[in-house]
Design a protein around this ligand. Structure first.
Ligand code: FMN
Length: 188
């Protein structure tokens, strides 16, 4: 079983994607963890999990490019999207609602993109992660800094996700017929 976990921009999202990938692997799935900008044959993956940081109330451009480019294939397999942003540090339902609105608005132009699961995680704003100009921007505009990531919660989400990505992998004994029908593995 192969599932692909793509990530975008900087360290915070990639590190959360690594945690999720570990959980999926522990559940028996094969995970191919790649930056979203790596050229990929989506047809070769069974499911795709896409993580993107939020910047300026949008999913990252690279994530949207990927979704646009592969919309037809993504519509034929389980797609999961998670966002990583500072808003979720607040831990309120209003913050979750805001993150959800930003992601759904980012996806509005892509009607074929219908994720089976959509989740939002708190990220990190730390100067050492950023290049000079981004640091400057943060210093000028973004008051609060810190690392608000809740790794146990992210891992628990990854554990719960596994059966949705590949129910067959969760069965005690795989059916060889359905295995062959599944063919080459498809996976973000
Ligand atoms: C300039 C800038 C704009 C940001 N805009 C948002 C935003 O609109 N919503 C949000 O929740 N977080 C926002 N963030 C926080 C990032 O999403 C957060 O730091 C995330 O963890 C970055 O992940 P990365 O390290 O994978 O890029 C912003 C951060 C910066 C530096």
């Amino acid at each position: 079983m192969h599932n692909r976990l793509y990530v975008t921009r900087g360290g915070a999202t990639r590190e959360l994607a690594e945690q999720i990938a570990q959980e999926l692997e522990q559940a028996g799935l094969t995970v191919d963890l790649q930056p979203v900008t790596t050229p990929v044959d989506v047809a070769a993956y069974r499911a795709v999990v896409l993580g993107s940081a939020l910047y300026f109330q949008r999913l990252m451009l690279e994530a949207l490019r990927f979704l646009t480019q592969h919309a037809a294939l993504l519509a034929q397999r389980p797609l999961v999207i998670f966002s990583v942003g500072a808003e979720m540090r607040k831990g309120t339902s209003a913050a979750r609602q805001a993150a959800d609105t930003w992601v759904r608005r980012s996806l509005a132009a892509l009607p074929n993109i219908q994720p089976i699961a959509l989740e939002h995680f708190a990220g990190a704003v730390e100067l050492h992660r950023l290049s000079f100009w981004w640091r400057l921007l943060v210093l000028i505009t973004f008051g609060e800094r810190g690392d608000w990531r809740d790794i146990p919660a992210v891992r628990a989400w990854g554990r719960a996700l596994a059966p949705q990505l590949d129910p067959a992998a969760m069965l005690p004994a795989a059916d060889p017929q359905s295995e062959s029908e599944q063919g080459r593995e498809a996976g973000y």
